[in-house]
Design a binder for this molecule. Structure first.
Ligand code: F6P
Length: 545
């Protein structure tokens, strides 16, 4: 463990990297030259089973990589990762372990935390998911009027929602159980009304997912859904399961069909391989496919744990992320999958990464003097090309993760517009965008000049199988924690989301008072806040004078 007061930015290797970054700004290190280096691709790419990671179009040389490997050694990331997967209390501010990797580990092995075998706990929840799913699919379990469940409404937000939405969309081609998933996350009546129009209440199962079971948005939506089911003459208890931590207000075995436990050693944004994703994904895809997804995640976890620094794909990508952020000065990161089923990857990684690594103190409570975390955003290609790629090519530069799949999930048949299949067209675009960003284009006409030297990585998966989606998920999770381990921050807490919630609590009290007494004046608030509260009650913007 790093000693108290340790700051990675004060280490000699950090200084060497700063100096090296200056060197790398010289014209001879422009990517248009680097990509022509002999064996560039083989020297700057890695593969593990079905996962290919190409960083040949990053602004790195052998020297950069050697310095980054030295940085990893200095930050002692291997020990930190090992401590995490062995169940040490690496989430120091909350005195918790961080064992999302155990959620896809082998049952039968044992891993003790606070005297409890977590593998036994996880294994028994998985077994209950398997049994429950089978009962729903075979019709043993039905709604209160005897109809089969065909609609599943997932009520949850943040980490209790985003990962499941990403995986369920990515694997939609495998959703052959006659069950549609609907997501009710936002405390916005439009979200509820949209879901309401898509479901048949008698055929609806609600999964309320909340680790704390106190999250305002989730509790509000759960109550609205319960009221709606009652209005439809149904017994909500026979249409509801909960996924929550032991002893939470939602641990209501007996008052609903079933409660599945999630554990305090798995953080919300790392929880898609636990019951959080397990229950809805098994319902939509079948339990066996959920297990294949876990298998893929486990394989990538094993690679991450045992591969040496130089060959460790998530670690190398974390180092390159830090190089881009802290040394080359890029503050944003695009995630552009050339695969529409991965449309929700970027929003999931956005929460995973930005909630984990958007921190300003180290694990020892020392102010961090290097920026941690980057702004993550993304859309599938080629849609992204017709949206914000103008800026990517000629405006503010940002590194990109391009993601491609070798085979699509569907056959196209013989129709080949422009002589190529749509998948071939997609592939041509994936390859050409990364090249264009790297090499740029000279032109005397400044409007047609492309500066180039814009870095990207390319990840390739053979296909979008459940196992490959598991690998992709585990890759980004490991990359996220490795970055945190280098900065020496805690990626498992999220105190930054609290202040806004506290102010909303105060305003809610004001609104409650006004609801009960229309004469009440918002005297407790500042002028700007008062304007917004009064406008809410006025029902429309005031007429302009
Ligand atoms: O936004 C903060 C947060 O606590 C996330 O970290 C979490 O995933 C989400 O809210 C939902 O929390 P819960 O599962 O307790 O409802």
């Amino acid at each position: 463990m790093a000693e108290k007061g340790f700051r990675i930015s004060k280490t000699p290797v950090w200084k060497k990297l700063k100096e090296h970054a200056e060197e790398m700004r010289r014209p001879e290190y422009h990517l248009k030259h680097l990509v022509k280096q002999q064996d560039r691709l083989s020297r700057f790419s890695l593969q593990n089973i079905d996962f290919f990671y190409d960083f040949s179009r990053q602004r790195v040389t052998n020297k950069t990589m050697d310095l980054l490997f030295e940085l990893a050694e200095t930050a002692d990331v291997a020990t930190k990762y090992h401590n995490m997967v062995e169940g040490c209390k690496v989430n120091v501010t909350e005195n918790r372990a961080a064992l999302h990797t155990a959620a896809r580990s082998f049952p039968g092995q044992s891993l003790m935390v606070d005297g409890v075998d977590v593998m036994h706990e996880i294994g028994s929840v998985r077994e209950r998911i398997r049994r429950f799913t089978k009962e729903v699919h075979t019709g043993i379990l039905r709604g209160s009027t005897g109809k089969h469940f065909r609609h599943v409404v997932i009520i949850g937000i943040g980490g209790s929602y985003l990962g499941t939405e990403f995986v369920s969309q990515a694997l939609f081609a495998f959703a052959d159980k006659g069950i549609s998933l609907h997501f009710l996350s936002n405390v916005d009546s439009h979200n509820f009304e949209t879901v309401k129009r898509q479901i048949e209440p008698e055929e609806t199962l609600c999964i309320i997912i909340s680790k704390s079971f106190t999250t305002v948005e989730t509790m509000a939506n759960a109550m609205i859904m319960k009221t709606y089911l009652k209005e439809c003459g149904l017994d909500p208890a026979q249409h509801t399961v909960t996924v929550t931590s032991k002893g939470s207000p939602g641990d209501i075995q007996g008052e609903c069909i079933e409660t599945f436990h999630m554990f305090d050693y798995i953080g919300g944004r790392f929880s898609v391989t636990s019951a959080v994703g397990g229950v809805p994904l098994s319902l939509a895809l079948g339990y066996e496919r959920f297990e294949r997804f876990l298998d893929g995640a486990r394989e990538m976890d094993i690679h991450t744990k045992y591969a040496p620094v130089q060959e460790n794909i998530p670690l190398v990508s974390a180092l390159i992320g830090i190089w881009n952020n802290n040394f080359l000065g890029y503050q944003a990161q695009g995630i552009i999958p050339y695969a529409s089923p991965l449309a929700k990857l970027a929003p999931h990684i956005q929460q995973l990464n930005m909630e984990s690594n958007g921190k300003s103190v180290t694990i020892n409570n020392v102010e961090l003097d290097a920026s941690s975390g980057v702004i993550i955003f993304g859309e599938p290609g080629t849609n992204a090309q017709h949206s914000f790629f103008q800026l990517a090519h000629q405006g503010h530069p940002f590194p990109i993760d391009f993601i491609g799949m070798v085979s699509p999930q569907y056959e196209q048949g013989d129709c080949k517009p422009h002589g190529v299949s749509n998948h071939q067209e997609l592939w041509a675009n994936l390859v050409s965008q990364a090249t264009a960003l790297a090499i740029g284009k000279d032109s005397k006409d400044k409007t047609r000049f492309f500066q180039g030297n814009r870095p990207s990585s390319t990840l390739l998966l053979n296909d979008l199988s459940p196992a490959n989606i598991g690998r992709l998920l585990s890759y980004y999770e490991a990359q996220t924690v490795y970055k945190a381990f280098i900065w020496d921050i805690n990626p498992f807490d999220q105190f930054g989301v609290e202040l806004g919630k506290t102010i909303a609590n105060d305003l809610r009290r004001e609104i409650v008072t006004k609801n009960g007494n229309p004469e009440y004046r918002f005297s407790q608030t500042d002028e700007i806040t008062r304007f917004y509260l009064e406008t809410l009650f006025h029902g429309k913007l005031k007429d302009q004078q």
